[in-house]
Design a protein around this ligand. Sequence first.
Ligand SMILES: [Zn+2]
Length: 137
Amino acid sequence: MFYPIPDHDYEYELNKDLNFSAAHHIPDARAGKCERVHGHTYHVNITIAGDVLDDLGFLVNFSALKKLIMDAFDHRLLNDHEAFRDIPPTSETLAKVIYDMVDEYITAEQPNKLECLQIILKETPTSYVVYRPKGRK
Ligand SMILES: [Zn+2]
């Protein structure tokens, strides 16, 4: 699948797709049937860009990226995650939480000045959210 990508001048752009299964609920009557606990197979696309590869020739390690997301969310109730203590786990909020996790990871673990350009989160086959940070680095 090809994804909408913001303009950038980086030499390398990496896209990682992954899927995880999780339950959630939106604890408010305005959410309709989504107030009840139910599950999704979430599809995530992570876009990371940069100019410098590490000594193995990687921009970022695909499997480390996957582990980061899977360990946090796969086969869990998203509402239990600390990031959702004050706001429900919607597609929008989950996309932002994943962005923040990836941004923290690439900032802390990668010396080669990478940037996460966007997160695409697909909750069902017919609906997805794109999260892009404002004021990119
Ligand atoms: Zn749902």
